[in-house]
Design a protein around this ligand. Structure first.
Ligand code: PGA
Length: 261
């Protein structure tokens, strides 16, 4: 795991954008980008939009797969993750909407749709880089505590904590869907690179457990310790409870120095 601790949310988002753009540049003939919703990656998406507008960053050969979607919300529902992605990224860049994939929470046969989603990822050649946030309960995507670390795309019942966390986006808590389609932990682990982002003091404890604690299905993000190429980018507040904070900063400096040699 490479850990980057940045001053604030803006610097975290910029570092994340740098990583995404560098990887996009390595695979100009077709890049497969895994995306996440939630408040954490919004700054990254803003930076990508800015780079598209100011610097001509090209998304015409990018294919995207989102991690998850609420069951029972149509793509044009303002609280659906599809709508969120249109609003926060897709409507502002030159991506071909044919190349955009978000699980369909309205699918008649949800299980068949989950299998089909996995197949679409495979057919696209797998995810080159997967953007991830971390939930207050340590989830990645909607893989709530206790999810199998080998799980695949499926329907998941959300925890009360997640429903409470997400109630801020709805008029009241009763409107928050209770189920979601989510890529599994095993599906996420197949991405060539995982990029986990976290900001704010309320993530400090769970992030320390995910990065430095034991690998456990109780904190599904902790399985990223087993991933050969994971980068974790956070702000100071989210990194406050890491035991090896100073070492990670030292490593970043030393790595930069080595690159300049
Ligand atoms: P947040 O959600 O970015 O809104 O904090 C993260 C998550 O639940 O994965």
């Amino acid at each position: 795991m490479q850990v980057f601790i940045k001053k604030d949310y803006e610097e975290m988002s910029q570092k994340a954008a740098e990583i995404v753009v560098e990887e996009m540049g390595r695979k100009k003939d077709g890049f497969v980008l895994g995306l996440a919703t939630g408040s954490t990656p919004v700054g990254l998406y803003k930076e990508l939009i800015r780079m598209h507008k100011d610097e001509g960053l090209d998304f015409s050969r990018v294919t995207t797969f989102n991690l998850d979607e609420y069951c029972s919300l149509a793509p044009d529902h303002p609280q659906s993750y599809h709508y969120f992605m249109d609003d926060n990224l897709f409507n502002h860049i030159n991506i071909d909407k044919k190349n955009v994939h978000v699980p369909d929470g309205m699918a008649k046969d949800l299980e068949a749709h989950c299998r089909e989603y996995e197949k679409m990822i495979r057919d696209a050649g797998g995810i080159d880089l997967q953007v991830l946030g971390i939930g207050g309960d340590g989830h990645i995507a909607f893989n709530e505590p206790g999810s199998s670390l080998g799980s695949r795309t499926r329907v998941k019942t959300l925890t009360e904590e997640t429903i409470k966390d997400n109630a801020r986006f709805f008029k009241n808590i009763d409107e928050v869907p209770k189920y979601a389609i989510t890529m599994g932990v095993g599906s996420v682990m197949e991405a060539k690179i995982c990029l986990l982002l976290a900001n704010g003091a309320k993530k400090a404890e769970v992030l320390a457990k995910a990065v430095e604690g034991p690998i456990t299905a109780e904190i599904t993000a902790s399985v990223l310790q087993m991933h050969p190429n994971t980068m974790v980018v956070m702000d100071e507040a989210a990194g406050a409870k890491l035991k090896r904070k100073d070492y990670y900063k030292h490593v970043e400096k030393m790595t930069d120095a080595l690159k300049k040699k």
